[in-house]
Write a protein that binds this ligand. Structure first.
Ligand code: ATP
Length: 259
């Protein structure tokens, strides 16, 4: 349903161009959740920006549900892609209350339909009683849910989430990662998520992609990634992070960290 076919992307840098995505190919079935992992600067956010239509491609094509979004001579505008994006800082409007934030992308609906959709979205994320509040009156986890409700409200075919839990403390991250998965599965949404946190990726994803220097090093189920890493480098990356997560948990519980 989402198909990236050999996409390449570069940015202007030092009077020339710097290539950040190199012939990257992947496909994601409808209703699935995928997570992109990889070292800082490997191109994860750039993949989301290319799909959302914020960056022109140097080559390759992007299709969503059979529609061509980016290809030679084709560049569908971001607002016509039916793709929702949630950024790491949530980007809520501080002067608008929760209901107005969630309804922001629904101007094509009439007022009654818009109210109905906003209420349904707030029910979905468990914030029906917070509709009149402003973002600064909410906790980090509640703000994250408002941002999610806003991204889901226009019923996008694909949801792109860039580090959706980065502003939350460890406990909230874990809880919301599971909540997000339940919510996406309940609404049948297809989603592509970028995270730095492997525990989150393994908890949430049906497919995990590991990016290295703008290339997809492996694309697999969490089970496949864990048990059959494609290269020694990927094995080291995954097992190092798992070890660090275990140590962090042990030190939070006050136990000596096991090596
Ligand atoms: N608008 C831009 N102009 C020039 N270079 C950019 C731009 N955006 C990103 N880059 C560069 O492109 C490369 C890939 O960036 P990208 O944000 O996609 O990586 P990332 O894997 O998401 O990184 P991180 O995990 O640190 O968020 C980086 O080297 C970055 O510095």
């Amino acid at each position: 349903m989402l198909e990236l076919n050999r996409i390449s992307l570069s940015y202007a840098a030092d009077g020339g161009r710097r290539t950040v995505l190199r012939e990257l190919t992947l496909s994601l079935e409808a209703g699935q959740i995928a997570c992109l992992l990889g070292a800082s600067g490997c191109g994860k956010t750039s993949v989301l920006r290319a799909i959302a239509g914020f960056e022109p491609l140097d080559g390759g094509s992007i299709r969503l549900d059979g529609r061509s979004l980016s290809d030679k001579g084709v560049r569908v505008e971001p607002e016509h892609r039916r793709v929702g994006m949630m950024f790491q800082d949530y980007a809520l409007f501080p002067h608008l209350n929760v209901a107005a934030n969630v309804g922001f992308g629904l101007r094509r609906l009439n007022a009654a339909e818009r109210d109905r959709r906003v209420r349904a979205m707030l029910d979905l994320v468990g914030l029906a009683d917070q509709a009149a509040r402003h973002p600064h009156e909410l906790s980090g986890g509640q703000q994250q849910r408002v941002a999610l409700a806003r991204a889901l409200a226009p019923e996008p075919e694909l949801l792109l989430l860039d580090e959706p839990f980065s502003n939350l403390d460890v406990d909230a991250r874990e809880r919301l990662a599971f909540e997000l998965r339940d919510l996406l599965k309940a609404t049948g949404r297809t989603a592509l998520l970028v995270t730095h946190n492997q525990a989150e990726a393994f908890a949430v994803a049906d497919r995990i992609g590991i990016l290295k220097e703008g290339r997809l090093a492996q694309w697999d189920t969490p089970y496949g990634m864990h048990h059959h890493p494609a290269t020694p480098e990927i094995a080291a990356f995954i097992h190092r992070e798992a070890l660090m997560a275990r140590r962090a948990q042990a030190s939070l519980r006050g136990a000596p960290s096991a090596a």
